[in-house]
Write a protein that binds this ligand. Structure first.
Ligand SMILES: Nc1nc2c(ncn2[C@@H]2O[C@H](COP(=O)(O)OP(=O)(O)O)[C@@H](O)[C@H]2O)c(=O)[nH]1
Ligand SMILES: [Mg+2]
Ligand SMILES: [Zn+2]
Length: 369
């Protein structure tokens, strides 16, 4: 079946007849088309800034985007472009033009406020979400759990970095407490001030790897990233005193780090509006989800049901009540979000049916047998 684009292609150029497939490279008109795959380092209205994937530190160049701000994915659907997208370019007229987006290995999405609009892709192609939390003051376990759930949802790999290890007497013990709420996740305690613990974090910066840093203000995110980069790539709170939060390097939102890795640094990405979903919760809370599978009733609400393995674990001291509460809160949030998404779909379907009915009334056509 031929995939149907969700919105019309621009009038500027007839779309190439390339059959989109997983590895299909769209037909590129001969001429001065920039060769090779490019990476989106910033999204503007009507255009993106791109760099070649094999030369990420080069000066970004402009490429225009179809009027809907979107481009076709390999499955034929159109999606708005996001920082971190890999794209194919073609030259139409005198400017490079985004012809196609490669399949995304991960997406960080934000739930948009509107009732009819969809989730907004904040970044694509992210490999690692660094969840940064301070050891001083005490780490907020609930916040770590929440950020890990969001990270798991993206498809990227979460890693926890606990900062300011120099400021506490027992960073190793605190690291263990945090690791207990982060099943399957590497947790590192670091001090940028003393330069300790950074090696395993540096090891993440392989060529082509894209990272996102999330965490509360004051956690030491900028200090950490600048230490990793060996340059002031992320605005620190001091620099941000000018109120603009501008980067010292360029206008990019995908910033080169050491060793060919890159950092997504956009104002939108630092945690606001990100939402959990059931699948991510099962991963972030694999310990609780595992217990829940052993409850006597498949639909156990873990309230007062007989044979509830979750409550039994709390009673036995194997599962902290705090963690169960945290799971419940995020589950409620995920369910609320899912209902809203369903309501949006229902509203769209309703509008579609009404359009069809109106069109029928205007042109009744021959009665059907
Ligand atoms: N003691 C100590 N303070 C740190 C460390 N890393 C960052 N800080 C301090 O924490 C504050 C917030 O750092 P910043 O990087 O701006 O945090 P951000 O808001 O997460 O980007 C600054 O005053 C830093 O100097 C560290 O390893 N040890
Ligand atoms: Mg900062
Ligand atoms: Zn139960």
């Amino acid at each position: 079946m031929q995939p149907v684009p969700s919105s019309p292609a621009p009038a500027a150029e007839p779309a190439p007849a390339a059959e989109p497939g997983p590895d299909a490279v769209p037909a590129v008109p001969s001429g001065a088309a920039p060769a090779g795959v490019h990476l989106v380092v910033r999204v503007d209205r009507g255009a993106v800034l791109v760099v070649p994937v094999d030369d990420v530190t080069s000066e970004p160049r402009r490429a225009v985007v179809d009027r809907d701000g979107a481009a076709p994915l390999p499955d034929g659907t159109r999606s708005p472009l996001a920082v971190g997208d890999r794209v194919d370019l073609a030259t139409t007229g005198h400017e490079p033009h985004v012809q196609a987006v490669h399949a995304r290995r991960s997406v960080l999405v934000r739930d948009s406020a509107g009732r009819t609009s969809h989730e907004q892709v904040l970044a694509a192609g992210v490999d690692v979400v660094l969840v940064v939390e301070h050891l001083d003051p005490d780490p907020d376990l609930g916040r770590v759990e929440r950020l890990l759930t969001l990270a798991w949802r993206s498809g990227a790999r979460p890693v926890v970095v606990l900062t300011k290890a120099d400021a506490v007497p027992d960073p190793a013990g605190m690291r263990q407490d945090v690791a207990a709420v982060a099943p399957g996740v590497d947790v590192h305690a670091v001090s940028v001030q003393e330069g300790t613990g950074l090696e395993p974090v540096r090891d993440l910066l392989a060529p082509g790897v894209v990272l996102v840093v999330v965490g509360p203000s004051g956690a030491g995110k900028s200090t950490l990233v600048n230490a990793l980069a060996g340059a002031p790539v992320m605005a620190t709170s001091q620099v941000r005193a000018d109120g603009r939060g501008r980067h010292t390097t360029t206008h990019r939102e995908l910033v080169p780090l050491a060793g060919g890795a890159m950092l997504v640094d956009t104002p939108g990405i630092r945690g606001v509006g990100l939402v959990a979903d059931a699948g991510a919760l099962d991963v972030a809370f694999s310990d609780v989800a595992g217990l829940a599978q052993r409850c006597r009733f498949a639909d156990c609400a873990h309230d007062a049901e007989p044979g509830c393995a979750v409550l039994a674990a709390v009673e036995a001291g194997d599962l902290p009540a705090r963690r169960l509460d945290s799971w419940r809160r995020l589950e409620r949030e995920a369910a609320h979000h899912a209902r809203r998404a369903d309501a949006r779909l229902a509203a769209l379907e309703h509008a579609r049916v009404r359009r069809v009915q109106r069109a029928r009334r205007r042109s009744p056509g021959p009665p059907r047998a």
